[in-house]
Write a new protein. Sequence first.
Lengths: 86, 588
Amino acid sequence: MTDEKSQAALYWKANVRLIFGCLFVWALVSFGFAILLRPLLSSIPIGGTDLGFWFAQQGSILSFIALIFFYAWRMNRLDKKFGLDE
Amino acid sequence: MSQFAINLLFVGASFALYIGIAIWARAGSTKEFYVAGGGVHPVTNGMATAADWMSAASFISMAGLIAAGGYASSTYLMGWTGGFVLLAMLLAPYLRKFGKFTVPDFVGDRFYSSEARLVAVICLITASVTYVIGQMTGAGVAFSRFLEISNTAGIWIAAAVVFLYAVFGGMKGITYTQVAQYVVLIVAYTIPAVFISLQLTGNPIPPLGLFSTHVESGLPLLQTLDQVVRELGFQDYTADVDNKLNMVLFTLSLMIGTAGLPHVIIRFFTVPKVADARWSAGWALVFIAMLYLTAPAVASMARLNLYTTIYPEGPTEPALAYEDRPEWIRTWEDTGLIRYEDKNEDGRIQLYNDSPEFAPTAAERGWEGNELTVNSDILVLANPEIANLPPWVIGLIAAGGIAAALSTAAGLLLAISSAISHDLIKKTLKPDISEKGEMLAARISMAGAILLATYLGLNPPGFAAQVVALAFGIAAASIFPVLMMGIFSTRMNKYGAVSGMLAGLLSTLFYIFTFLGFFFIPGTNLLANIPENWLFGISPLSFGAVGALINFAVAFAVSSVTKPPPVEIQELVESVRYPKGAGQAVDH
């Protein structure tokens, strides 16, 4: 029982760590590159404007998709490792 | 065949398809009515979620807002997609494991309190009704144009159609109908965009066209657009914004609002396994991105097309004569969504930014004020006409716009009716109600919600997308935090949850009503809705994120001084964290 409990705690800890990592990237591409850090990226031209504009209108959306699939894939591996997959 | 007949044909054919599917997949039990029996494949579910999610605001209004706001309106793009990341990681898998029908169900059980359930019902209804208003406004615009009737009549027809459609369907009917609606709306949105992108940039893929070279000028498209708008006194399309705090908070409000919207969360109860809930969120975002990556291209290209129509010789040359105006301006004038007033009586259409800074230049050119008022909501619908595309494309857009409004309205009404019939009546007021009685209550509450939304849709506080943005603020401030704390904190108790929800909801409503009028009734606002009056420059649309912070702060403060939840609740929280043994979404 205690062993099962500590396993569960480990699983949850790994999940939370993964979520933190993913949400860092999530915030970086949207609030970071697309909004607050846009002036820093203004020297990188792309199609008549700058990289910040690209992140605001396309890059962030593409990153979000990648993040969710990455998370789902890593969680599936974690589920298997802990024998929690169905 | 006339354009009117073609529109009727396309809209009629798409309706026949949806109704056919709804009848084929009719919901027999309350469980099927609410969650489609928990047996929907993640990709199918993702597609249905995308249709559910992409509303009249996304389809009809968003590109118009981006066209008008340029870079500053990117908030809508990031906000309405970024929320799915939160949903996939912070809510969907755990709520699926919990395995109940509705959002108040989770709140009520997790916080072992019928008060918490009741407050969740109130939050849910407030957010959903505000959201349905936006759908009604959008569908009204679409119907009025394509049936060539007034905007008011358009809203009434939209209400009647939504009523017939949602009341008979239920979740199972809705899931498969929404797959069909997704296909209709994405085809309708993409085809004109591909044509326009080809015309302007020679690139058939609109998101790539956006960053390509404008064929006519030989310069990048966005640079050309910047030049044109600058010569007419507008801010550059790609210009950075000054108020970054507001932009961040607005984006964040839309994101957490997305994750907190009940009709989207319900979707994740319909997949078979916990892992599927994660994949399903990913697929939903893929399908949503098909439209969201096209929208900014549509926005910039339509805006450029609008100015080239009005100023065929370039913005510094004489504008188009009113007599020579194209057919689309004439038809939209009939709906009242385009208005022309010849202020300097030269018989031409001067469209420009009437700002004090630009006044000297305008005076020099003999202009006496902006003469053409164009409602942002018409941009996507008018887009094929502006670009001279064939009549069947216009018919397709009509069908797509209406599909978008209907699918979302139906999903929301389902969330509202299940909150009333299931959470309020069955769980709180009258536990011995029969299954039949519960279904009847669900349908009656749907009808009530439609009437209320129609009334408010006739007196809306803004464009469809802005009304919708308010709904997000409310969902962000009330529902998202309580769900997240319910999963991620074993210590959170019912006192914290209830006071947090109330603090978040009330502070957000108060801030919104202060500027937009109590219950959106014009003239009852305490302060004018101008940036100078906003607290720290935070607009009412952006306040949801602040409301969510207030919710979290109050909940933790109250919870830390009251007694912890019972042991079995703490065990319940532990159990939703582990995916094994999710089983079906259960009745009880």
